[in-house]
Design a protein around this ligand. Structure first.
Ligand SMILES: Cc1cc2nc3c(=O)[nH]c(=O)nc-3n(C[C@H](O)[C@H](O)[C@H](O)COP(=O)(O)OP(=O)(O)OC[C@H]3O[C@@H](n4cnc5c(N)ncnc54)[C@H](O)[C@@H]3O)c2cc1C
Length: 407
């Protein structure tokens, strides 16, 4: 036996590497304990239930209905909306939850954003007291899932003045005709807010239409998408669809009211695009810590660390911007141009971040199982929906110059 003096020195314990963490500036600490607890609950749900199955659903172009019962049990319906059975809570909390959903899956975040923000939000912001009491409780319980139908096959950015779907009043009924494209959740959901132009006064009005029971309402799934494949998008055709006057959003009399909903949901997309960056970044750090080249983890190379630092800078900038916007929103100070700047900035930074994350994965980064390709592809949809980068910047440009560049 070698003596103590000649025994080989014990190998130093391998230093544990830090766990990838997309909350570098500890934003979570700003949340009150009850809000933080909910955010943690959402993270636990997404990591345990959605993360293990979502790549396959994405590859299959399918929605993970199997996780819905547990998701509904989180009781998130109506988050950020007060009363009518809604979960309520601050806009800050709403934003953090969206960020957590998108951190694991931007499609799942979109499904919830469309239901909670676009559909419930339309009724909440533009519905009468009676309409809110009638529709919101079941939607808050997620017994009825909502969609939002504004975009048309030939009219996307120009919806403010160019909607071709018509609404014609006939006594106590309205007759709707036209098509709506890209409508999230519409292939399987229950209720769609259809925005149409009243032929009498040329103003945009909103109508609550029940997908499954309304004659003349049909939906075709949009196939072959390369982004947000889990979210099911539909092409809706309305052929002499008749809805009662009671289903016309009573406080929505022009596109200004539609824009109030869009302001809220552009705020949401700011948070979701930040969450998408968190997911891509954390997965990239984990890969860089383990993937070996030249006998070392690639995370030990300077040029790889440079990419990670750039990604973290983008993501942290978006988090801080969104947190300030949340404060303004909670104080009732967020205007259209504030939400537009956030949507444009965060989605543009997201596009850079997810591309760098994919780059760190090398060839493996183009395979969906790698956990980065999905973020890379999904980012393209977030960048373009809820108003493109150009549209948001035109809204900001008008606010800062006082001059409208809209045609
Ligand atoms: C996955 C996904 C989900 C969606 N979900 C929904 C939904 O649930 N409900 C809904 O109603 N809609 C939905 N949309 C539609 C989305 O909001 C539109 O795609 C978006 O507003 C852009 O419209 P468009 O695709 O028709 O592009 P277009 O308006 O045709 O624009 C094409 C390009 O031209 C640019 N452009 C257009 N006009 C100008 C201008 N004046 N100046 C400079 N550039 C300009 C645009 O910025 C863009 O780059 C969804 C879209 C996607 C992809």
């Amino acid at each position: 036996m070698p003596s103590a003096a000649t025994a080989p020195a014990a190998k130093p314990a391998k230093k544990a590497l830090p766990k990838p963490n997309g909350d570098f500036y500890q934003l979570g600490e700003i949340l009150p304990p009850d809000e933080l607890a909910l955010v943690k609950q959402v993270r636990a749900f997404m990591e345990a239930e959605v993360a293990p199955v979502i790549n396959q659903y994405w590859a299959d172009d399918a929605f993970p209905f199997e996780v819905l019962p547990k998701f509904k049990a989180l009781n998130l319906g109506g988050l950020g909306l007060e009363g009518y059975g809604c979960r309520g809570g601050s806009q800050k909390q709403f934003g953090f939850v969206l960020m957590e959903l998108a951190r694991v899956d931007p499609s799942f975040a979109t499904f919830f954003g469309v239901h909670d923000g676009l559909a419930m939000g339309s009724i909440y912001l533009a519905g009468s007291e009676e309409q809110k009491r009638k529709w919101l409780p079941a939607m808050a319980r997620m017994e009825k899932i909502g969609s939002f139908g504004l975009t048309e096959p030939e009219v996307g950015s120009g919806t403010a003045g160019g909607l071709t779907t018509t609404a014609k009043r006939e006594g106590d009924l309205w007759v709707l005709n036209g098509q709506k494209k890209w409508i999230g959740n519409a292939t399987w959901g229950d209720v769609t807010i259809i925005w149409a132009r009243d032929v009498a006064d040329n103003q945009v009005k909103g109508f609550i239409v029940e997908n499954k029971t309304t004659p003349g309402f049909s939906v075709e799934k949009i196939q072959h998408k390369i982004a947000l494949k889990v979210t099911q998008n539909g092409l809706i055709t309305l052929k002499d669809v008749r809805v009662p006057e009671a289903n016309r959003l009573q406080a929505g009399n022009s596109f200004r009211d539609t824009a109030r909903v869009l302001r809220m949901t552009r705020y949401s997309v700011g948070w979701m695009s930040t969450g998408c960056q968190m997911g891509a970044y954390e997965n990239a750090v984990a890969y860089a810590q383990t993937r070996q080249q030249f006998g070392k983890p690639i995370g030990s190379f300077q040029l790889v660390q440079d990419l990670l630092a750039r990604m973290l800078g983008n993501l942290t900038a978006c988090q801080c911007l969104m947190l300030r916007l949340a404060q303004m929103d909670d104080a009732g100070q967020m205007l259209d141009h504030h939400a537009s700047l956030a949507k444009a900035f965060c989605t543009a930074r997201m596009r850079e971040t997810v591309a760098w994350a994919r780059e760190i994965f090398g060839g493996n980064g183009i395979v969906v199982d790698s956990n980065v390709a999905r973020f890379f592809a999904d980012a393209e949809a977030l960048y373009s929906y809820e108003g493109t980068f150009q549209m948001q910047n035109l809204i900001v440009g008008k606010a800062v110059t006082g001059l409208s560049a809209f045609v």
